[in-house]
Design a protein. Structure first.
Length: 367
């Protein structure tokens, strides 16, 4: 009897581990939704499983239950408590009830204000037994997601690429890094919800700011430009592609003709007044991005934009790419002082590590 009880407890923990393994498959690939894993079992045998779809739809519970015939005494294991609200996807609690689930096992609670235990309470009222099972991640798998739902501040990443002597522009070359660094940058773009740059960098580089890895193009992040005076180049790649990828501009000084033109190009304009320092407030920018539902953001330049966010201590993870070329000091602004600031902020060696990418070097700084 003792062995049988222990074996049952082991299996339940094992099934929950499998649910997290499923969630991990699409982790950072589900847009603004969390990646969830779901297993449906009967008498400790797996009947079906599901994971949140790329881009956030369909939900894991729906995927696991949709083709399952109605049955009795089914157990459902989910890594995160099921949702109970109608959004782009129907509530998962409805699918759970329709398939006559008897026991629901979950591991982490969802701090989204639309959820926060409402789904569990609803299922319990429908006579479904609810049990919590600890997971191998010690409640850290959804930490970034749940932290966002408490303060609506997105997690902030930043990235720059420079030469060996810390300059970021080579005349005649649009990019300073090698193939390996470029691919890593595009993978990073596929894993975040939003990307942010200043208008000066936009007009100088004319970037698309999308993900250009085969099969991951649909994971391109929403694009935000800080442009107080609406100096954005009207015929840039970013403006002309705004119908395909959501694009936002933070502006302050009104220019009716430019506003009307940009609106016709499907660009969302966000009015943000100057603060006492006569500039757009960095934290207000992040709060606005968060309120739009974007849970993380990557800042890709330029120098002034990155420096402001560093000075306000708003960057959580910083990717510093450096190649082995030395270039003319007249070509661009030096990023050497930013490198010095980062090294000073992250004195503890456990907070940064280096990756060698052939003739490029990547240093990752983490809070």
């Amino acid at each position: 009897m003792f062995l049988q009880k222990n074996n049952t407890k082991f299996l339940k923990s094992y099934f929950m581990k499998l649910a997290f393994n499923l969630a991990n498959i699409h982790n950072n690939m589900t847009g603004v939704n969390p990646s969830v894993g779901c297993l449906v079992c009967k008498k400790n045998k797996i009947l079906s499983y599901g994971v949140t779809g790329i881009g956030g739809s369909p939900h894991a519970e729906y995927s696991a239950l949709v083709n399952l015939k109605k049955n009795n005494n089914l157990d459902c294991y989910v890594s995160l408590e099921p949702c109970h609200h109608q959004g782009k996807n129907p509530p998962c609690t409805k699918a759970i009830i329709n398939k006559k689930i008897k026991n629901l096992y979950y591991s982490e609670t969802d701090d989204d204000p639309r959820v926060q235990g409402k789904g569990l309470e609803f299922l319990q009222n429908k006579k479904i037994k609810i049990r919590k099972i600890d997971n191998i991640y010690k409640n850290c798998f959804y930490k970034t997601y749940n932290d966002f739902n408490k303060n609506f501040l997105p997690k902030v990443y930043a990235k720059i690429a420079t030469s060996k002597n810390y300059y970021s522009f080579i005349k005649g070359k649009p990019q300073i890094t090698n193939t390996y660094s470029k691919k890593l940058t595009h993978i990073l773009r596929s894993e975040i919800n939003a990307i942010l740059i200043g208008v000066h960098t936009h007009n100088k580089d004319n970037p698309l700011l999308n993900c250009r890895i085969n099969g991951l193009e649909q994971l391109s992040p929403a694009r935000f430009i800080i442009d107080p005076n609406l100096k954005i180049n009207k015929n840039s790649k970013l403006v002309l592609s705004a119908k395909k990828i959501k694009t936002y501009i933070f502006y302050t000084n009104k220019n009716k003709n430019k506003i009307n033109y940009l609106k016709k190009k499907n660009i969302y304009l966000i009015y943000l007044p100057f603060d006492k320092k006569n500039e757009q407030n960095c934290k207000e920018i992040l709060v606005t991005i968060g309120l739009l539902g974007y849970k993380n953001v990557l800042i890709e330049g330029g120098y002034n934009t990155i420096r402001k966010f560093i000075d306000h201590n708003l960057i959580d993870i910083f990717y510093f790419f450096k190649n082995d070329q030395t270039i003319s000091k007249k070509m661009s602004h030096s990023f050497k002082n930013i490198n010095m600031i980062l090294l000073k902020k992250f004195k503890n060696k456990n907070k940064f590590h280096q990756i060698y990418l052939k003739n490029n070097n990547l240093t990752v700084f983490k809070k």
